[in-house]
Design a protein around this ligand. Structure first.
Ligand code: ZN
Ligand code: ZN
Length: 450
């Protein structure tokens, strides 16, 4: 599979699998140098109407606002909303309130000019107001440009809200190149996380018979390869490097859209990233960006995979493990303590099926040992964590938890409890079921990535 374009338009890869649940995707994606000058025509090809509202943040408006508005005004009647609440802008009830109150009845479509937060706010409002929107991306920093879920904040609590994807995405590489290096690193980190998303999905397929989509896995591979092959360009932040990270993020976004959930692109590396962000928010402390948190979490997930795949199970005793299972009450206490009352209850309610029976537990253990050689073979694509540390440091990015303001206590909590954030099966749940999670985590926190 190769990435192809028709002029500036990315040709969406032809689906080659036979999964029945994939839906057609109706979004034009354009990438090019100085393409911003053509954005009106590109928008008009997909969206009817002339009255629009531009949503952006203060910083971007200062840098590009005049130019963008001048271009838009040639064909559209433009109103502008620059939510004013905080700097940096947060996707919370205040920002949403400001956007909603700026909307007049005659607005026919929205334009998001920004990256993660601006797109999250716009996609949420667009969904609730049944308006189409165009996304003019400004940084290759996250994989959510095509997302149908908006991660929002309410009273510092992170909640996922239903949203819609844009009708048209336009990325001007000249604008993307001006994004700060840490945003580009974040995009890279988010893509590197797909190693774990892919591995956990395959692991779950073997242990629990979860169905996997080979086409989505291929999109993950393409995304990772694009980033790794362009590492020198990414370091230089030149057009080819910026384009590679962006394409990789869009491919994994496409995989999520096709699969109807984030399974192809998010597993425990994302859980850990969310957990870290949530705990920082609860403590009213600054938090690392999404991609940084995912990238660093990926190192610890790789480490756990390395440890499990090479573990000496010669003294393993299933009866012993089964006799030490947490009761429902103890599991609940642990989750409430780790997540706090409010989120903890939501996690428990969202993952009711997670407390498996002893019979199911035994079945999973038997399956793991029976298929161990096959699992090892199918996960042989995983790199060593040292390889990824090498890439991160080449890009002058963080290489361990403490580099992103995550101390040992928070790291240990994330390693122990992020696995429960979603009901999705992952290698941390396997380690837990094998009765070796705490031992391996202690080893990681104490000796490994210091
Ligand atoms: Zn992500
Ligand atoms: Zn498929």
């Amino acid at each position: 599979m190769k990435i192809e374009y028709n002029k500036s338009q990315l040709i969406l890869p032809q689906v080659t699998c036979s999964c029945a649940h994939h839906q057609a995707i109706d979004c034009d994606i354009h990438i090019g140098s100085h393409i911003i000058n053509e954005m009106n025509q590109l928008i008009m090809k997909k969206i009817k109407g002339t009255r629009c509202m531009l949503i952006t943040d203060k910083n971007l408006f200062m840098l590009f606002g005049e130019k963008i508005v001048d271009i838009l005004k040639k064909d559209f009647n433009v109103s502008i909303c620059v939510p004013n609440e905080q700097d940096p802008l947060r996707p919370d009830q205040y920002a949403i309130g400001e956007v909603m109150m700026s909307l007049s009845n005659d607005i026919e479509f929205l334009i998001a000019f920004g990256s993660g937060t601006i797109n999250d706010i716009t996609r949420y409002v667009a969904h609730h107001c049944c308006l189409p929107f165009a996304s003019i991306g400004t940084a290759p920093s996250m994989d959510g440009y095509l997302s149908v879920v908006a991660p929002m904040l309410k009273d510092d609590l992170k909640i996922n809200k239903p949203a819609k994807y844009p009708s048209v995405c336009i990325f001007d590489t000249e604008i993307l190149k001006t994004a700060p290096s840490d945003m580009v690193f974040a995009g890279f980190g988010d893509v590197i996380g797909k190693y774990i998303a892919k591995a956990d999905w395959i692991l779950s397929h073997h242990i629990n018979d979860e169905s996997v989509c080979p086409f989505c896995l291929e999109l993950d591979d393409m995304a990772i390869t694009l980033c790794e092959e362009n590492i020198d360009n990414i370091k230089e932040k030149n057009s080819a490097g910026i384009k590679a990270v962006l394409e990789a993020l869009l491919l994994t976004g496409l995989a999520m859209l096709l699969n109807g959930d984030s399974r192809p692109a998010a597993s425990n590396e994302h859980n850990m990233g969310h957990f870290i962000e949530m705990k920082k928010l609860q403590a009213k402390l600054p938090h690392p960006s999404h991609g940084e948190a995912v990238g660093i979490s990926t190192l610890y997930c790789l480490d756990l995979y390395q440890k499990i795949l090479s573990y000496d199970f010669s003294h393993f005793n299933a009866d012993d493990i089964l006799s030490k299972r947490d009761t429902k009450q103890i599991r609940e206490q642990k989750i409430l303590r780790a997540y706090g009352e409010e989120v903890g209850n939501a996690v428990l309610q969202g993952n009711i099926e997670e407390l498996i029976t002893a019979q199911e537990h035994l079945k999973r253990l038997e399956t793991f040992f029976r298929k161990r050689a096959l699992i090892n073979k199918d996960l042989a694509f995983l790199p060593q964590k040292e390889d990824i540390i090498h890439l991160f440091s080449f890009l002058d990015g963080p290489v361990k938890a403490s580099d992103i303001m995550v101390g040992d206590d928070l790291l240990k909590q994330a390693l122990l409890y992020a696995k429960d954030y979603r009901s999705r099966y992952n290698v941390f749940k396997l380690a837990d079921e094998l009765g070796i999670l705490e031992e391996l985590i202690d080893d990681m926190v104490l000796h490994e990535l210091k």
